[in-house]
Design a binder for this molecule. Sequence first.
Ligand SMILES: [Zn+2]
Length: 253
Amino acid sequence: MYVKVKGLVIRENPSGEADKFLTVLTQEFGRISIYAGGTRSLKNKYIACAQILAFSEFTIHKTDRFTRMTEASLIESFYSVRLDYEKFLLAAYIAQTAYVISTESPDEDGLLTLVLNALFAIAYLEKPLWQIKAAYELRLMCVSGFCPSLGHCGLCGGEVSGEVLLDILGGSLVCRDCEDFSTEVPFLSAKIPADVLAALRFVAFATDEKWLSFRITDDAADTFANVCERYILAHTEQKFDTLSLLKEQNLFK
Ligand SMILES: [Zn+2]
């Protein structure tokens, strides 16, 4: 069966002398592995489509055992991201985290849209990279079913105000009273000032177009970024080598 499908390359692996296996994130099929013959040759006309972070329309030949690329047409290469080491590392981290979250079933939760929005933001928006990273991490948790419950206290159901505790593994808030008197101390938690909670709520509940449209003070930014990173690491239980590279380079404050 021949199919046309739009997809973003989130991983590439060399195969044989001149070929690649691409891992492509699509709406219709979720994550698929596509054999892209000849695409390691510099003379191949699909070389630009067969690289990580390329968003293309692929024509694929699908059988029960094997999916092979027969044609491809580039939609967006995110070229400017490739020219900047810091941007490229962040984009690679986004691709790696998306790989971990994605499944081989149709993408009904907007994972591809989220990843493309994040890459477009890195390439074309004047947003601080730390802000894109942190907000993406939280949104990714939301599209994968791990969104923290940010309304009321998860223990007593009461309103929260001022500084609260976020139970990172449980994905819920703990109000001041419960923090003082409860014996159920969260295993992993973070203190969340009110302005950080407001930013978390904004990102978690915003539409696909608006989730990066928030401002945050420098003081709150550090806590926000730290909480989002700890949250994704706790829920994916993964070590991301791209994140280690970002840290090694000290590219983020
Ligand atoms: Zn409570």
